[in-house]
Design a protein around this ligand. Sequence first.
Ligand code: SAM
Length: 430
Amino acid sequence: MCYAIPGKVEKIEKNTVIVDYFGEKRKAYNELAEISVGDYIYAQGGFVVNKISASEAQSILSLWKETFFQLQEVDLKLSRLHLADKFTDKKLLEILDKASQSKELSRQELLYLLELKDSRRLELLFKTANFLRRKYHKNSCCVHGIIEISNYCQRGCQYCGISYHNKELKRYRMTKDEILDAAKEAVEVYGFKSLVLQSGEDRGYSVDELADIIKEIKKKYPALIFISFGEIGINGLEKLYQAGARGLLMRFETSNPKLYQDVHPGMSLESRLEHLRKAYYLGYLILTGGLIGLPGQSKEDILNDIFLAKEMHAEMFSFGPFIPHPHTPFSGIKPAQAEEVVKVLALARIIDNTHAKILVTTALETLSRLAAKSGLLAGANSLMLNVTPLAYRPFYSIYPNRAHQSEDIASQIESTVSLLRSLGRAPTDL
Ligand code: SAM
């Protein structure tokens, strides 16, 4: 999805095009040869994905036009901010007032917000983040599709249900044809404009095989491709970029090097960060963040995580709760609370007002069925739908009972669109 309303090319300057969407102008990077002024295109994540005919574009736009402005009205209503509440907590009001004016908050102020517990105070925090989301990002909500191509993994992350710790798991690896079929269905049948290809660290595919799959998807089913295969090496990043991948989804999981080492035996935070830095340097869009609720993680750590995601130039923040898996060393550890995660999303929006999109993760939705709505009303503006073939989904069990695990693509889209409409959001990536 990310239905990505078609836009009209107004201007071309070298590889950059200026695109008009109902009067709003956006820049996009163009790698297609055949684009001219006056053409209609789809763009995703700042990249032109494909061109469509004027007649097709105009019929889509005429359907969208009225809805688009109606949605903006609903969003405007829901994101109004009244900090002049009868509220007695003067300190909180002062901090949120500062945040709402996009003034930088001190660490102490941010930690104060992270420590909030009381529901009325939290509501004000969430409203402030939602106000900032609308102010800088308007009502668009990015909806990517994710294909989980393999659950083989050579890593021993202590929390992860597809790590080598899980001896009970039936492993699968989709064939190239199966991956292409899943991409075809997502793009051609359901209109997704961006796809994440994810797996454990599976050396069962060579980098050349992955590159070949990406090239073929790009050629046949135009979409913005994100890779999420773990640490594939700098050479791997380069090869997959050349093949056409333009985004990297890789959480650093925690910014605390000691905690990182404890929960990821044999791995180092520095190596993970080196991949992220190199990927950014190569031109990848970076989707990164961390796990909330790891044992021993402090509020200071979480704050550092948000700053680190920003430092890594995150195009999208991905922060989600830790949920215990019974066949891992962390089986006995309590899951994070949904509210704590929503708080992190709100803080992320306050720390990065203008740039990053913020994802509501499936893990958060697994903790609470209302989480997508709560997250979207607390600064978030992105969702990811599972477009992996239904037969494989139960085996990608990074944690148990994942939300939407047995929902087909059509019904995930239906419920997402209805949620987004109720909140005045458009499933686009403007
Ligand atoms: N191998 C790739 C990598 O290393 O980024 C992608 C696959 S990995 C399974 C995807 C994400 O799942 C990780 O970044 C991690 O944060 C998340 N994850 C794994 N186990 C989890 C758990 N028990 N609870 C919540 N999230 C989990």
